[in-house]
Design a protein around this ligand. Structure first.
Ligand code: ADP
Ligand code: MG
Length: 302
C-alpha cells in the first residue's frame, strides 16, 4: 500500500500542498484531478522522491520515500514516473528506447517484452525508427512503453495521453490501463481529462487550494458532486436553488415554474447543448433537437 501521511510542501515560499493524506492499495488506480496549477505534477514528483517534503511522510509498503536530501539518486526501482515532459534517447530507435532498461542477459525475453510493449502503445511499425523523427504524441507513447518495460510496482503518470490525438487516444488509453491492471501495477495518474478517469480509476481525488477538495469513487463524485469544481470536471452544469444540476438532468416539459428563454444552440454529436436564460441567469441543458432561439421553454429537474 502507498501511504501518504500529512504531507506539506512548498517550492520557495508559496505553499503548494498542505496536510495531504491518502492511501492507495496495491494494484489500485487513483486519479488526481484539479485545475492547471493545482499541484498535480508536484504531488507526483513528491511521490517519486524528487523533492524533500516540508513535513509528513510517504511510504510504499515498508519503504519510506525520501527526497534528494537523503537519496543520492532520485527515484526507486519499484517505481516509474512518466513526466509531462518526457525524456528519451533521441538518436536511438523506438525499440532500443523501450528495451534500454531490460537485461541483455536474456536476449529472447528482452525481444519478447519489447514486442509486447510496442503492441500496447501501437508502435510496432515504428520499432526501427529513430525517436527524434517522431511526433510529440508518438514520443509520449515511447515514454509510456519505456516506463512499463521494467514492470514497476507503482506507475506515476502525468497527463499520459495529453499529446496524443483523438484518433489514437481511446485505444491507447484502454491498452495501457488494461496492461497496468493485468500486471497488478498500482497507478497514480494526474489528469484533467475525465476520459482518463471514468471507466478506469478505482478512486479519484480533487486537488484545489493546496488541499483535497473531494475524494471517492468516480461514481460517488459524479452522482454527488459537492462543489462546482467537482461537477465542472464531469461536464456542463448549473446551480439552481443552490443545487448542482448537470445539463443532462434538465428536461423539457409542457409546463413548469422553470421558464427559460433559449439563447444559443451547440451541436454536440449525439445531442444539442442549449444555452438559455432562466430569470437572468444562464442555464445549460441537453436536448435531442436544436431549439428555437428566443422562444420560452419549461424545464424540469429530472
Ligand atoms: P499542475 O500539475 O496541477 O498543473 P503543478 O504541480 O505543475 O500543477 O504546479 C503547482 C504550482 O507550483 C503552480 O503554481 C506552479 O507555478 C508552481 N511550480 C511548479 N513547479 C515549480 C518549480 N519548479 N518551482 C517553483 N514553482 C513551481
Ligand atoms: Mg501538471
Amino acid at each position: 500500500m502507498l501511504q501518504v501521511k500529512n504531507i506539506t510542501f512548498s517550492y520557495k515560499k508559496a505553499k503548494i500542498l498542505k496536510n495531504i493524506s491518502f492511501n492507495v492499495k496495491a494494484g489500485e488506480q487513483l486519479a488526481i484531478i484539479g485545475e492547471s496549477g493545482s499541484g498535480k505534477s508536484t504531488l507526483l514528483k513528491l511521490l517519486y522522491g524528487e523533492f524533500d517534503l516540508d513535513s509528513g511522510h510517504i511510504f510504499w509498503k515498508d519503504t519510506e520515500i525520501l527526497g534528494p536530501k537523503y537519496n543520492l539518486v532520485v527515484g526507486y526501482d519499484f517505481m516509474k514516473y512518466v513526466a509531462q515532459e518526457f525524456d528519451l534517447m533521441p538518436f536511438t530507435s523506438v525499440a532500443e528506447n523501450i528495451g534500454a532498461f531490460l537485461s541483455n542477459f536474456y536476449p529472447e525475453e528482452k525481444q519478447e517484452r519489447t514486442k509486447e510493449l510496442l503492441e500496447v502503445v501501437e508502435l510496432t511499425d515504428f520499432a526501427k525508427v529513430k525517436v527524434k523523427t517522431l511526433s510529440g504524441g508518438q514520443k509520449q507513447r515511447v515514454a509510456l512503453a519505456r516506463a512499463l518495460a521494467k514492470q514497476p510496482e507503482i506507475m506515476l503518470l502525468d497527463e499520459p495521453f495529453g499529446h496524443i490525438d483523438n484518433f489514437k487516444k481511446q485505444t491507447l488509453r484502454r491498452n495501457v490501463f488494461k496492461y497496468l491492471k493485468e500486471k497488478n501495477i498500482t497507478c497514480i495518474v494526474a489528469t484533467h481529462d475525465k476520459e482518463d478517469v471514468l471507466g478506469f480509476a478505482d478512486n479519484m481525488m480533487v486537488l484545489n487550494q493546496n488541499k483535497i477538495e473531494a475524494e471517492g469513487t468516480p461514481e460517488t463524485l459524479f452522482n454527488n458532486p459537492e462543489t462546482p469544481l467537482v461537477a465542472s470536471f464531469f461536464g456542463e452544469f448549473n446551480v439552481i436553488n443552490n443545487e448542482i444540476i448537470y445539463a443532462h438532468q434538465l428536461k423539457l416539459v409542457d409546463d413548469s415554474d422553470l421558464k427559460a428563454v433559449v439563447k444559443r444552440v451547440y451541436f454536440k454529436g449525439n445531442h444539442y447543448l442549449i444555452e438559455a436564460d432562466l430569470n437572468g441567469e444562464l442555464v445549460f441543458f441537453q436536448h435531442e433537437n436544436p431549439l428555437e432561439i428566443d422562444k420560452t421553454y419549461c424545464l424540469l429537474i429530472a
